[in-house]
Design a protein around this ligand. Sequence first.
Ligand code: ATP
Ligand code: MG
Length: 189
Amino acid sequence: MLNVVIFGAPGSGKGTQSARIVEKYGLNHISTGDVLRAEIKNGTELGKTAKGYIDNGQLIPDALMIDILAGVFDGFKDGKGVIFDGFPRTIAQADALKAMLKERGQEVSVMLDLEVPEDELMTRLIKRGQETGRADDNEETIKKRLVVYHSQTAPLIDWYKNDGTYRHINGLGTMDGIFADICEAIDKL
Ligand code: ATP
Ligand code: MG
């Protein structure tokens, strides 16, 4: 099994590169952001809860997010592995993912950290907000999300370095160039 964690700040290109990885390596894809946005669109109770956090640039509570993740994971029938996009975002989530995979006889194969400078993140997200109308892609909420990223999510870089699965990827460049670097990291495994 190839289990890939794609990691990075908001707007770092996790979703874009995940789609390519899925196509090339035949992985199942879990995007926690997409799962939550679908719940919001469908007007579910979970969606209503999630919307409050997302519109405010905050993370959904760990216990709730971990349950959702396990549910989606166990819904996959087969495949060569999974790409985790947007999860884990906290140390508690990384611990939970490790435990969940271990219970199922699996582990994270690699964590790919897409690094992009902050001014570029800001530019990309504001553009995405204008083009797609995504509610949390406005300047005020983006700033909050970046603060949350630095305080709660960035500590996972050291967590995965300790785990021995960390790989740095330069997230600035062409989509093809970045994808080539990702493939090189995966193919070396
Ligand atoms: P990218 O642009 O790189 O795909 P993103 O940060 O813009 O990433 P999503 O991954 O789609 O966006 O997440 C959107 C929002 O959903 C987050 O700001 C957060 O509120 C919520 N969310 C997503 N994943 C998690 C998670 N693992 N834990 C808690 N909240 C989450
Ligand atoms: Mg995304």
